[in-house]
Design a protein around this ligand. Structure first.
Ligand SMILES: Nc1ncnc2c1ncn2[C@@H]1O[C@H](COP(=O)(O)OP(=O)(O)OP(=O)(O)O)[C@@H](O)[C@H]1O
Ligand SMILES: [Mg+2]
Length: 412
């Protein structure tokens, strides 16, 4: 049985392919076209050259109407995804599966149990619709942030960037990649709040049985949804591309920021990188550390040089952007600029150690220390602008700091 998939994103395509392949035992001679037919050209190619038995089309695609017309005019047998991508699976198995016990088999596919919120009051309906409009206005984005070497700033950048998105009322998730050293569980002082709200590390659930059991118990602080490693538990031995794919998909955020520390050479992360919409590499203006990336011992290239080669030469991933952290005018700017292979998109100034420590001890992001908010707002704005539609780029008046400031000035 030949399937052609036309779905909302590359991540959704990979996930549905994976789910279908898992059901190869009940779908006879399963063959899935090896690319997402989400454009007119792609779909026409699928019809002409691949000639699938079944076409799957996702209503969430921008070109849905157009593609549906093509399928209809060509007399193709198609089924539509109306909401969650995975919901099509039981339908396909029901129609094309061979084994009678297929229905029982279907249950485990529901790795995620997400109940629609019950809307009772009129006011709630309005709230829900506002949220849905916003969600639709922002195509979901996966942003990967990492460091050229440990300590170059990926956590500081990605957490404060997440905070900037949340300040704009955009649903944002910060994901601490399960294979990096845990940091944020303690930074956020999650244990202190355990009595009122139990923290679930869903990467462990995914690792254990490729299912998410506790999807509706997000840990939200400062309007950011935190998916961090539970530091009380031993580190997971591995975390595969498929597991990361399921994690990112289950989160269902408008913006998902994944902090990979310096794990650029992990093949499972590399496979995931081709789905990333934006890739950021953090470096410090330390010429000795950076030199390791430039100096090439052909017999035994340094880790840093292999990372840069990977990012610069891989045609299957988005072009990465460099973020220079701890930037200060006291460095020899001319020398540093000459040395860098790529002009950084962001030069994030050095934040005094006392401030970094204050934020750590108070379990606050540096962004929430008033004098420093403006620095992030100015320096990381290019990333926000590249991600959000125009009308969401500016922080709305009335949110957090701005409104407090306005109130203060009114009183004085
Ligand atoms: N722009 C900056 N100014 C001052 N200090 C910074 C800046 N960026 C990061 N730091 C500090 O440098 C240290 C390392 O930063 P961070 O933890 O973000 O790096 P990392 O790449 O995530 O490290 P790891 O590989 O250990 O996860 C932290 O103490 C952090 O507060
Ligand atoms: Mg880190």
């Amino acid at each position: 049985m030949k399937f052609s998939l036309s779905v909302r994103s590359e991540m959704a395509y990979d996930l549905l392919t994976k789910l279908l392949n898992n059901k190869a035992a009940v779908l006879p001679e399963l063959d899935i076209r090896d690319r997402n037919a989400n454009t007119v050209q792609q779909l026409e190619d699928a019809i002409e050259f691949y000639n699938a038995d079944v076409y799957v089309i996702d209503q969430q695609m921008e070109s849905y109407e157009l593609l549906k017309n093509i399928l209809e005019n060509s007399g193709c047998n198609y089924h539509e995804i109306t909401d969650e991508v995975r919901d099509i699976l039981p339908i396909l198995i029901n129609l094309y599966g061979e084994e009678p016990e297929v229905k029982e088999e279907i249950e485990p596919i529901h790795y995620e149990h997400k109940e629609e919120p019950k809307v009772i009051k009129q006011t709630k309906i309005i709230e829900k619709e506002v949220f849905r409009d916003r969600f639709k206005a922002i195509p979901s984005k996966i942003i990967v942030v990492g460091s050229l070497y440990s300590g170059a700033g990926s956590t500081l950048v990605s957490t404060n960037l997440a905070r900037m998105f949340s300040e704009r009322e955009v649903k944002v998730a910060y994901v601490e990649h399960p294979m990096i050293k845990p940091y944020m569980f303690d930074y956020l002082q999650i244990l202190q709040y355990q009595d009122s709200h139990e923290y679930h590390d869903i990467s462990r659930e995914i690792y254990a049985d490729f299912m998410v059991h506790t999807l509706n118990s997000d840990w939200v602080k400062d309007k950011v949804h935190w998916y961090v490693i539970d530091s009380r538990e031993p580190q997971l031995p591995s975390f595969s591309h498929d597991q990361l794919l399921l994690l990112a998909h289950s989160i269902q955020s408008s913006v998902t920021i994944i902090d990979i520390s310096d794990r650029w050479l992990d093949p499972e992360i590399q496979r995931f990188l081709h789905l990333a919409d934006q890739i950021y590499l953090c470096v410090e203006p330390d010429p000795i550390k950076y030199d390791r990336a430039l100096f090439r011992h052909s017999s035994n290239p340094s880790r840093e040089s292999r990372i840069l080669d990977y990012l610069n030469k891989n045609p299957n991933i988005k072009q990465h952007e460099v973020i220079t952290t701890k930037y200060t005018k006291r460095i020899e700017l001319k020398y540093w600029n000459e040395m860098q292979q790529k002009e950084p998109l962001v030069k994030l100034p050095n934040i005094p150690y006392e401030i970094v420590m204050e934020s750590l001890y108070k379990s606050k992001l540096v962004y929430d220390i008033p004098e420093y908010r403006e620095i992030f707002e100015e320096k990381l704005l290019p990333i926000i602008s590249m991600t959000l539609p125009k009308d969401l780029i500016k922080v709305k008046r009335g949110s957090g700091f701005v409104s407090k400031f306005i109130n203060k000035t009114k009183k004085s």
